[in-house]
Design a protein around this ligand. Sequence first.
Ligand SMILES: C[S@@+](CC[C@H](N)C(=O)[O-])C[C@H]1O[C@@H](n2cnc3c(N)ncnc32)[C@H](O)[C@@H]1O
Length: 256
Amino acid sequence: MLKSLKESKSWRPFSWLYRKSGLKSVVYSRSLKKLVRTISIEDFLRLSNPSLVLKRKSAPYNLSMPFQIESGPMPFEDQQAMLKILSFLDPNYVFEFGTNWGVTTAIFAQNTSPSCKIYTLDICREMFDEETIKKDRELNMVLSKENVGWAYKQLQEASKVKQIFQDSLKLNWKEADYPDFFDIIFVDACHKYNYVKSDTENSIKKLKTGGILLWHDYYPDVSAWTDVFRYINDFAKTYQPVFHLKRTHIAAWIKA
Ligand SMILES: C[S@@+](CC[C@H](N)C(=O)[O-])C[C@H]1O[C@@H](n2cnc3c(N)ncnc32)[C@H](O)[C@@H]1O
């Protein structure tokens, strides 16, 4: 019925309302079969280590930016979730797709042991011409080279971080001095389907057994970044179980 309504001439005035009211995302999400189960962070961490005694660490992270950031860093509740995950794990090696201002990188740097090494990858504006940047919504978020990683560079722990400037589609693990395996990999770069797929496939190869793969911008109601939702659900058809962490936009998988 909705299909024939959309095809009729009288649909046009309602189209805006349909999108803006959130009804479109509700209808869309219901049309997709969800294979990703929502669980609490505590339950997810218990799965990653059944004997885990959950200790709670308060959030020490408070880094104010000298300017207004309209988009880029993940929302506060997701940053809190990341802190909780890190406070229960003690990773030696972390890899991040998508540095941006370096807020999540700073969280990794401040909440891991001094010997932990963090690799973070991004592109920068200098790698593109202005025309290309204007045409591609994903590239709106791309920062100039000097701003990429601004937040973590303010920290003493910055020495734990290795910055990589590269299109994630071109990532080749053999090209640089990467460790054999990572304990945590965080996928938060380009949101297009083929990029999330490529970043995930690269991650699986380099994640240690028992290691954790995290994706950002997983919206279970499909209200944003629909390609991320679609890819992770496709991934879950083969790699069960995949979880959505309650009250966050983070999806997670443990390599068995
Ligand atoms: C959502 S931001 C990352 C936010 C960051 N993790 C945080 O919460 O602080 C996404 C980043 O992905 C980068 N990006 C987009 N396309 C990319 C690509 N093809 N390869 C690598 N990075 C890319 C953008 O430049 C942007 O900085």
